[in-house]
Design a protein around this ligand. Structure first.
Ligand code: GTP
Ligand code: MG
Length: 341
């Protein structure tokens, strides 16, 4: 395992890919790897990009990457692909995008399919970002579709959150519904070549005008882009730089929020695992049956399960204590006594 961590630190692409696979599998080896690399993370600037499906996020991220490379920055990209893994969407997307930066050692792109498990995906995404950070990428971009709370949270806790909107009926409503308007540090109106781009800029500006900003507060700018041609992308990169400088003082707080979110998420996942390990096979389903048939209410059922987990935990501790004192006795009787002779 340390060998793999070394390969990650060296920025070795195959090593990074292998590390990411371990994490995606939620294997103990993945957790061990995160432990090994964690002390060497925190250097990368995390950029979150979200927006409605098909807004042109991937195209835009590609263009941003080209621009960042020109400026000498290395880039890691994690795209959370909403496409069903069965259609091979994630893989196809990867191939298309790899094309533009193929052979460039300064860019690492990884698409991740949702596999119908959003919670797990959010966890995996932040760990993959850690790997890219440890691998020395200056900028790590996370792309998600802004449709679910988990996906919005991933982006909300990045160092900067970029919300991509497109002109066209319903898009604004869609974005508002997903609750992604509030998280934007920068608004991008992409597909500026289309009718209605200026109208959309106006309506976002109108929405911002309703908010009160204190002096010194960051006021999210609205950047018009045409990702397919790259128009407006240098302006977007400049806006990111401006925000980065502006938010230097608050970045630590934001990173703390991200770490807390991560810890809480991991704890609920682990505690649920503990419940499943503690209860006999099929027991959780039997409890659900009981709730469904009104034999027991959900509160009592939850309390009962927690008590069972606690009891199992203290029984285990008692075993450990007994084993420990037995060992001590052996040590006292056999070890030091004979050594003194
Ligand atoms: N006309 C026009 N088309 C664009 C622009 N940007 C992206 N597109 C097209 O929009 C389509 C979707 O682009 P993607 O980059 O895959 O969009 P996305 O937001 O990543 O999509 P999902 O990840 O599936 O939500 C593609 O056909 C792009 O070529 C633009 O500025 N103008
Ligand atoms: Mg995409």
């Amino acid at each position: 395992m340390p060998a793999l961590a070394e390969r990650v630190f060296a920025g070795d692409a195959r090593g990074i890919a292998r590390a990411i696979s371990l994490i995606e599998d939620e294997s103990p080896a993945g957790a061990e790897l995160v432990r090994a690399i964690y002390p060497r993370t925190g250097r990368a600037y995390l950029v979150g990009v979200t927006g409605p499906p098909g807004a042109g996020k991937s195209t835009l991220v590609d263009r941003m990457t080209t621009e960042l490379r020109k400026a000498g920055q290395t880039v890691g990209i994690v795209a959370v692909d909403p496409t069903s893994p069965f259609s091979g969407g994630a893989i196809l997307g990867d191939r298309v995008r790899m094309g533009a930066h193929f052979g460039d050692e300064g860019v690492f792109i990884r698409s991740m399919a949702t596999r119908g498990n959003l919670g797990g995906l959010a966890r995996a995404t932040s760990d993959v970002a850690l790997v890219l950070d440890a691998a020395g990428k200056d900028i790590v971009i996370i792309e998600t579709v802004g449709v679910g709370q988990d996906e919005v949270d991933i982006v909300r806790t990045a160092d900067i959150s970029i919300v991509v909107l497109v002109p066209g009926a319903g898009d604004e409503v869609q974005a508002l519904k997903a609750g992604i308007m509030e998280i934007a540090d920068i608004f991008v109106v992409n597909k500026a070549d289309r009718d209605g781009a200026d109208r959309l800029v106006q309506s976002v500006a109108g929405m911002l005008a309703l908010q009160t900003f204190q002096p010194g507060d960051w006021r999210p700018p609205i950047v018009k882009t045409e990702a397919t041609s790259g128009t407006g992308v240098p302006e977007l990169i400049a806006a990111i730089e401006t925000f980065r400088a502006h938010s230097e003082a608050t970045r630590a707080t934001r990173r703390r929020t991200r770490q807390e979110y991560r810890l809480r998420d991991l704890l609920s996942h682990r505690l649920m695992q503990l419940v499943e390990e503690t209860l006999p096979e099929g027991e959780l389903q039997r409890v659900v049956d009981g709730i469904a048939s009104r034999e027991v209410d959900p509160y009592s059922a939850a309390t009962d399960i927690i008590n069972r987990v606690r009891r199992a935990g203290s029984a285990e501790q008692e075993d450990v204590r007994r084993a420990g004192s037995a060992e001590n006795r052996n040590a006292v009787e056999g070890g030091p006594a004979t050594a003194r002779k």
